[in-house]
Unconditional design. Sequence first.
Length: 416
Amino acid sequence: MNYTDPNDFTGSDIEKINTAVLAAAKEDGVIRIGKRKAAGNDRNFWLIDSAILLPENVTLIVSNTMIKLSDSCRDNFVRSANCIVGNKEVPVLKNIHIIGEGNAVFEGADRPRATGDGGKTLTIGRLDPYPPDTNLSKRPTYGTDAGKEGECQTGDWRNIGILLVKVEDFSIRNITVRNPHCWGISLEYCRNGLVRDVHFEENEYVMIDGFRERGLNRDGLDLRRGCRDISIENITGFSADDLIALTAIAPLARDREPGMYGRTEFYGAPEDVREDDVFNISIRNVRGYSSGGYFVIRFLNQKGVRMHDIQVTGVLDTAPEDVNGFGCIKLGDPAYGGAAAPGETWNFLISNIQTHGKKAIIIGAPLQDSMISDILFYKKSDVHALIGYHGCTPSVLNRVTLNNLITIDRTQDGKI
């Protein structure tokens, strides 16, 4: 295979890589990042100050090396090159692939300038213990930009690890994502894609300069509005928040400019709400947990955005016994602006789930024409249950088949 090597170019690490990407785009479209060639005892990994920008028809191969954000970087690991602040349009890009060979790692900064999503407020930290979260929309999250004039004082889309927006025919394969500054991978309006063999290592609290600091909203993989026809396979590891989340939350305004700081999504929204719908998503072979006690998989749509034709099969909750997550899978939520209405969420097939969280399945919105089957739930407390309801009752299930739901009661046997 012919490929372009950033070691052959000059400049800072990110200048070498992005120059190599542009060169590859003019040739065979393949850039291969191996270990950084360094003199003497200098580091052999790549330390980047801004995002790797991928145009269409490019394959990025990361081979047995680490790409790490520097402490001066307030940007993504990788971003589709159609995401340009100030441009009013985000054109569709096609044929972008991110592929790891061997031990391919993307790691966050030692001292992030910002963490969390657009609803969280930056703090310089040193708050161990952090105060109680009395206002969940303004929870403090670590960032050295806290208090700096001219810098956004909340998290935003720049904190996401790998960000692809309006990309079709794509894949992300065989990589490890370690402590990104917000979600590890986020897809907006992406279609016809594959996310496979991705391992997450994400902690809500990390030690920075001797203090236990908090970085919020470290989901693993997020599919946002408009994603469809995507396969997700072989996801492992742990995330501080939800490991996998499909969150089609309706926009506050459809005329918002792309790339606004302080917002977690880069793209605004198209005029046609049907373009926001999420469907034809398959998720299989997930072995992981939320170290922060949230969900292994979360589904959330509302305010006219539809989610349908979703398959989930083979989820093994690997949480240690001392981590009691809210639940393994959650469908819908009355928070975040309100739950989906009847008829907005349908055709879900959820099967082969094994978990010992507080709930195996939590229903938080109406669901119809679906099946939930072959669930093995290990009950560790009398207040735990295989199925729970959040802000609703079983009456929200319409033509939903529940089959082979097994509870193993471990509350009395001394095994927990």
